[in-house]
Design a protein around this ligand. Structure first.
Ligand SMILES: Cc1cc2nc3c(=O)[nH]c(=O)nc-3n(C[C@H](O)[C@H](O)[C@H](O)COP(=O)(O)OP(=O)(O)OC[C@H]3O[C@@H](n4cnc5c(N)ncnc54)[C@H](O)[C@@H]3O)c2cc1C
Length: 473
């Protein structure tokens, strides 16, 4: 029985982190939950044990551990919290060594990664853009082109763009770079993301939910003026280098986040079946979820699989039909991750944190620096994630940057995946989690904030606030 004293059955499609978090919260709120997973529970928030090593699905850092939605939801609903280790810094590897990625004014002015002339241009331009404001669809490329920056600086911005949005700098909005660096709070941008998608009722919903005065004020001013008005505080973040959020990596790999939820679930029924149809049963005022094995009647649907497949699954649901063109055109990118194991004494990444490479863009991290049990004794386990690259290109990059021939290492494992169901790129459509009173969408295509797991958790937070009819947690 939920808090309204009503017996409600919820069908959750997909058992990744967004489906599992939804199941946990709704179960604890008194709903009867059945969750469908067509493949492996945990989705991308999962680790695999292979030949004595334990690899995650992709290289991970968990964002916003101090004040983010994942921790808030777990604190409220799970029996315990995963044990997060502090993440460390982000570095860039160049011919002349490993350097901390500059974020603050001071770091930019002293970084050895770009020529002196570029340091002045980049810092002046950053302050300029924040003071003068910029439009929502201004790209990173638009901001840096014509400044006469060296090739290394341009490649740096291209690489950072890939990791923040999944796309290159021409397709990455400038606001994403500034929110990612921690200068601009995401809540200042959020109202504009949904407002532009005319069919999403986000504007009015946000006004009701997230600090009504502030959102109303922001929306009435428009994007450009909001940035201009916020410039003083954004610039002060840039100058001070103060960060909004902390990052970490869980002991036991990212599987331990999924395990924490699985161990806290009590009554949720998990069906390892692929959902192939969702139909409305008008007579019963409910939905029939059809799988390849059976059909199930539920009162509420929470869809956590990629929403671009929804129009094909929920063909007869009017609210989905209205969104069809938007959902089918959601843009996403694919990643390739190479994991390899080597002797610890030959580990080139003996530090906490991770590094990026710029040619081609890549992100590398040694996860045994956080938890030695993820590899056999005396071995180090390194993962390198690439965007849209072939195995051959990835191996060549690893050889070039780390001087390691991965095909001759102790352990080699390659993964392909779609890191986020919607790239955070210019012109992207994000569906609002509430489609109707009884149909919800969660996952990384239902919220543009932060990254992967945190982003998925944000969407669950909003979905819950709608179902439970209260402000976000
Ligand atoms: C290379 C790489 C690097 C990453 N780095 C980070 C990082 O640093 N930080 C971070 O937070 N995140 C990162 N992520 C992303 C993060 O792991 C995911 O965004 C997040 O786990 C997605 O969760 P989800 O539940 O929304 O989707 P998913 O995990 O994709 O779950 C969806 C589930 O639905 C199931 N499903 C699909 N269709 C059906 C159907 N018809 N019926 C039943 N089930 C279905 C799928 O099998 C899947 O299990 C990374 C991912 C990759 C690949």
């Amino acid at each position: 029985m939920n808090k309204f004293g009503i017996y409600m059955r919820v069908g959750i499609v997909g058992g990744g982190i967004s489906g599992l978090l939804s199941a946990l919260a709704l179960e604890k709120e008194g709903y009867e939950v059945v969750l469908f997973e067509k493949d492996k529970i945990g989705g991308l928030c999962r680790s695999e044990k292979i030949d004595g090593y334990q690899v995650d699905i992709g290289v991970h850092a968990i964002t916003m551990l101090n004040n983010g939605p994942l921790i808030r939801l777990l604190k409220k609903y799970s029996n315990y919290l995963p044990n997060f280790r502090s993440y460390g810094d982000y570095y860039i590897r160049l011919n002349n060594g490993l350097h901390k990625i500059p974020v603050s004014l001071q770091e930019w002015l002293t970084t050895p990664i770009v020529p002196h002339k570029d340091k002045i241009i980049i810092t002046t331009k950053t302050i300029d853009l924040m003071s003068m404001g910029f439009e929502k669809d201004t790209s990173v490329y638009c901001a840096v082109k014509g400044l006469g920056l060296s090739e290394i600086s341009l490649k740096f911005f291209d690489t950072i763009s890939y990791f923040l949005s999944g796309e290159d700098m021409r397709n990455t909005p400038l606001w994403r770079l500034f929110t990612g660096a921690g200068y601009i709070p995401e809540d200042d941008i959020l109202p504009f993301i949904y407002e532009d998608s005319k069919i999403n009722p986000m504007k009015s919903i946000l006004i009701k939910k997230i600090n009504p005065e502030r959102v109303r004020n922001i929306l009435s001013k428009g994007f450009l003026k909001t940035i201009k008005d916020g410039s003083k505080s954004y610039i002060s973040k840039f100058i001070s280098g103060e960060r909004y959020s902390t990052q970490g990596y869980p002991l036991g790999g990212i599987q331990s986040i999924t395990n924490c939820i699985l161990n806290s679930l009590k009554n949720t029924r998990i069906k390892y079946e692929e959902v192939i149809s969702i139909e409305k049963d008008e007579k019963e005022n409910s939905y029939i979820i059809g799988t390849n094995e059976d059909s199930y009647n539920v009162d509420i649907v929470v869809f956590s699989a990629p929403s671009r497949i929804l129009p094909d699954i929920a063909k007869n649901i009017d609210e989905i039909k209205k969104l069809e063109n938007y959902l089918k055109n959601i843009k996403y990118t694919t990643s390739l991750t190479v994991w390899f194991g080597i002797d610890e004494d030959k580990n080139p990444l003996k530090y906490k944190g991770s590094e990026i490479w710029i040619d081609p863009p890549a992100w590398a991290k040694c996860i045994t620096n956080y938890d030695k049990s993820l590899a056999p004794e005396g071995k180090a386990l390194i993962g390198v994630s690439f965007v849209n690259k072939t195995e051959k290109e990835a191996y060549e990059a690893i050889e070039k940057y780390l001087n390691i021939d991965v095909e001759k290492t102790d352990f080699l494992h390659v993964q392909r995946a779609i890191p986020e169901q919607a790239s955070c790129c210019i012109g992207q459509f994000f569906v609002y989690p509430k489609v109707s009173d009884t149909f919800y969408i969660v996952g990384t295509d239902a919220d543009p904030r932060s990254m992967g797991i945190t982003r998925a958790a944000y969407s669950v937070d909003v979905m819950l606030s709608e179902i439970l009819n209260k402000k976000s947690l």
